[in-house]
Write a protein that binds this ligand. Structure first.
Ligand SMILES: *Cc1c(COP(=O)(O)O)cnc(C)c1O
Ligand SMILES: [Zn+2]
Length: 414
């Protein structure tokens, strides 16, 4: 069943039919997918969702599954329904008694991006595209290449030429057309924006962005379902463009609206790296407009200097009574280690940003000790090994004798 009625401008409300467009023809505002919520009411139920697959497609009724799409048409590697785990040891270290982690590093290509790409490519294929394209510095590239491969679509992935070798390999292995551009990520992005007008391709982050962005709502649905159809008190989410945070808030609102959860208040807070914190800076200054920055941080997956959804992220955080903050590269590395050592979860730099900011917000009293808090861990640590430098290695190196072994273990016990 599709409840999609078309696209609607978030600024002026102008409605258009489903197509590969992302900006309003009147005011240039962002277009968003529109649904018939009245028809959903009573028809979309907890039981129906529970009967769905153990992937984000269990929420298909709430997603831009365009009319005529069948389960077989989905571009689906199994993204979503990632673990929501209690984090008592990290909670104790930070001073929180009811902390949970939404571990999105468990997705097929090990980051949150699989959610948005699965939804975007499913819509793109239904709109008649056979090529999926993107500009990326890592996670999006891997996810687009993998999903396109599984769907038999062509992928065109554009990356900066100085991208780390591990990320190049983890993308190229899926067989996309991989174009390395001698330039900065901003230049790569601009090139893709221009190319999107020239080629009849689905650029996941440009002309099919309205569908892409909706995929992030599934984090919110899953958190609620995994808590037994209850909303948490507080969610802390990392922000690049700000879309994920905005969509988690939207998802909670929809669940309340459809009476799938009780109407309990939630707060949502945003995390950025100090080397790229345009949204957190605007929040701190009480500003409504975002001043773009030139990113300089190890948190590359969050390094968007001119965030498309920054304004809406500010609105969601202010409206719900949440907060924002940012952390330095050193604090990111500390937080990665803290999470690994307390909960056994190794996250990439974006997760370090989230845990680092979570720690700050608790220390500042902006998250209460007993609030049921969920932190979104959005990617796997093996993606950003370089960010840890040489800080982690063997405790000691020995020759293979029992004496040296005994000394090494004693050393460790002190
Ligand atoms: C893309 C990404 C995000 C969030 O991106 P938004 O543009 O804010 O939706 C968070 N974490 C990781 C690891 C990502 O790759
Ligand atoms: Zn408009």
């Amino acid at each position: 069943m599709s409840y999609v009625t078309g696209l609607r401008c978030r600024e002026c409300g102008h409605a258009v039919e489903v197509a590969a467009v992302h900006a309003c023809e009147f005011c240039f505002g962002p277009l968003e997918v529109a649904y018939d919520y009245d028809a959903m009411r009573g028809a979309v139920t907890r039981e129906g969702i529970a009967e769905g697959p153990p992937t984000l497609w269990r929420y298909a009724d709430l997603l831009p599954q365009l009319p005529g799409t069948t389960a077989d048409d989905r571009v689906d590697l199994g993204a979503g329904v990632t673990p929501l785990v209690a984090a008592p040891r990290l909670g104790a270290a930070l001073g929180l008694s009811d902390l949970w982690l939404k571990n999105d590093s468990a997705n097929p290509t090990h980051s949150f991006k699989d959610r948005v790409v699965s939804v975007a490519l499913t819509a793109a294929r239904r709109l008649g595209f056979d090529t999926a394209a993107c500009a990326s510095t890592g996670n999006l590239a891997q996810s687009v290449a993998a999903h396109a491969a599984a769907a038999g679509m062509r992928a065109v992935v554009v990356v900066p030429a100085d991208l780390e070798r591990a990320k190049v390999v983890a993308t190229a292995v899926y067989g996309p057309t991989l174009v390395a551009v001698k330039g900065t990520y901003d230049e790569v992005n601009r090139l893709c924006g221009e190319a999107a007008g020239e080629y009849g391709w689905a650029f996941v982050n440009v002309n099919v962005r309205p569908y892409y962005a909706e995929g992030s709502k599934t984090i919110g649905y899953e958190i609620a379902e995994q808590l037994g159809w209850r909303l948490p008190d507080h969610v802390v989410a990392p922000m690049a463009s700000g879309a994920m945070l905005v969509k988690i808030d939207k998802a909670f609102g929809e669940l309340v609206d459809l009476e799938l959860v009780a109407d309990t208040p939630w707060r949502i807070s945003g995390a950025q790296a100090s080397g790229c914190a345009p949204i957190a800076t605007a929040h701190r200054g009480g500003a409504d407009t975002i001043r773009p920055v030139v990113p300089d941080t190890i948190a590359k997956s969050l390094a968007i200097g001119d965030p498309a959804d920054g304004y809406y992220a500010l609105d969601a955080v202010r409206r719900t009574g949440g907060a924002m903050d940012d952390v330095s590269d050193a604090e990111i590395v500390d937080a990665i280690a803290l999470l690994a050592r307390t909960e056994g979860i190794f996250t990439e730099t974006a997760g370090g940003v989230t845990v680092g900011v979570l720690r700050k917000l608790v220390a500042q009293g902006r998250i209460e000790p007993d609030e049921r808090t969920v932190a979104v861990i959005s990617g796997h640590g093996l993606k950003t090994l370089d960010a840890l430098g040489n800080a982690y290695g063997p405790t000691t190196t020995i020759t293979p004798t029992l004496d040296e072994f005994a000394a090494a273990v004693r050393l460790q016990e002190r």
